[in-house]
Design a protein around this ligand. Structure first.
Ligand code: PPS
Length: 304
């Protein structure tokens, strides 16, 4: 049973719109202990598909790919409404929505696609019990860190990151929302050996989107024509999604995501960490990375 410890106070900024609750030592954007109980007891259905990521790993990108697959490549159907309204985010209550996304999920008809950033050990047990399919997308730690930093700057939902150096330290020590990147990617990597999990990498999707979309199709036991797959690749490319108001998060109220500070669709490229890390930061990061990833069979690429 996960231990709900306390409301996390050290990460607060006056404008933070999310309440932050520490569960098993992991800061989560969860409204209350009652809400956490509801999340833990969430009743999954066997035909649910869960999209799981550590923040900033390509969640929105994969949501768009999955929506295009579900709608057989119909672009207009995928533009029906903003990503945040299309698919529920299990653990979150957005300030501009009347109810928590979990309640929205409960009312949804099947088959549902549900997003979560929860680490594997905090996932509602019914997801395992119902043997739901899970797609996990992982992104290299350095680019995740940079993207998460800029997201903290523009998202008033989240604590003020102060400056890059401070955020770098917090990220390394796992004192950020959803905890340690290292534990997250390793936990889900281990889980894939015993559950129906398709484990994908952001950098692979960037390198060869068509190839990775084929993997998703196979996992979902669906076939689409080559023309439709090419359309999906095009519609979900960074340059197209960046200008799609239903995918680039500009439809989210600006008091929640302030695009004048930083764009949600910011760079969309592996390797931007090089523009942020000093030589010393990089050396320290590499040393720490080696320590934390020793023995893991997981490998990441940090540039393409
Ligand atoms: S969130 O808030 O956790 O759901 O964010 P998430 O969607 O996981 O990650 C946002 C980063 O993904 C980039 N992105 C893309 N990259 C390449 N191609 C496509 N189509 C794409 N869509 C989103 C987005 O730009 C963020 O990364 P950065 O490095 O900040 O640009």
């Amino acid at each position: 049973m996960a231990k709900v410890e306390k409301n996390f106070s050290t990460m607060e900024r006056s404008s933070t719109l999310f309440n932050i609750l520490e569960v098993d030592g992991i800061p989560l954007p969860v409204l209350s202990k009652e809400m956490w109980n509801k999340i833990s007891n969430f009743q999954a259905r066997p035909d649910d598909l869960f999209l799981v990521t550590y923040p900033k790993s390509g969640t929105t990108w994969m949501q768009e790919i999955l929506d295009m697959i579900k709608n057989d490549g119909d672009v207009e159907k995928c533009k029906r409404v903003n990503t945040l309204e299309r698919y529920p985010f299990l653990e979150v209550k957005f300030p501009h929505k009347e109810k928590p996304d979990l309640e929205i999920a409960l009312e949804m008809s099947s088959p549902r696609l549900i997003k979560t950033h929860l680490p594997s050990h905090l996932i509602p047990p019914s997801i395992w019990k119902e043997n739901c399919k899970i797609i996990y997308v992982a992104r290299n730690a350095k680019d995740c860190l940079v993207s998460f930093y800029h997201f903290h700057r523009m998202a008033s939902l989240l604590p003020d990151p102060q400056n890059f150096e401070e955020f770098y330290e917090k990220f390394m020590s796992g004192k950020v929302l959803f905890g340690s990147w290292f534990d997250h990617v390793k936990g889900w990597w281990a889980a894939k050996d015993t559950h129906q999990i398709l484990y994908l990498f952001y950098e692979d999707i960037k390198k060869n989107p068509k190839h990775e979309i084929h993997k998703v199709l196979e996992f979902l036991e669906k076939t689409l024509s080559d023309d439709i797959i090419n359309r999906i690749v095009h519609h979900t490319s960074f340059d197209v999604m960046k200008y799609n108001p239903m995918a680039n998060q500009t439809a989210v109220p600006s008091y929640i995501l302030n695009h004048s500070i930083s764009k949600f669709m910011r760079k969309g490229m592996p390797g931007d960490w090089k523009n942020h890390f000093t030589v010393t930061m990089n050396e320290n990061f590499d040393k720490y990375y080696e320590k934390r990833m020793t023995g893991a069979t997981l490998t990441f690429c940090t540039e393409i």
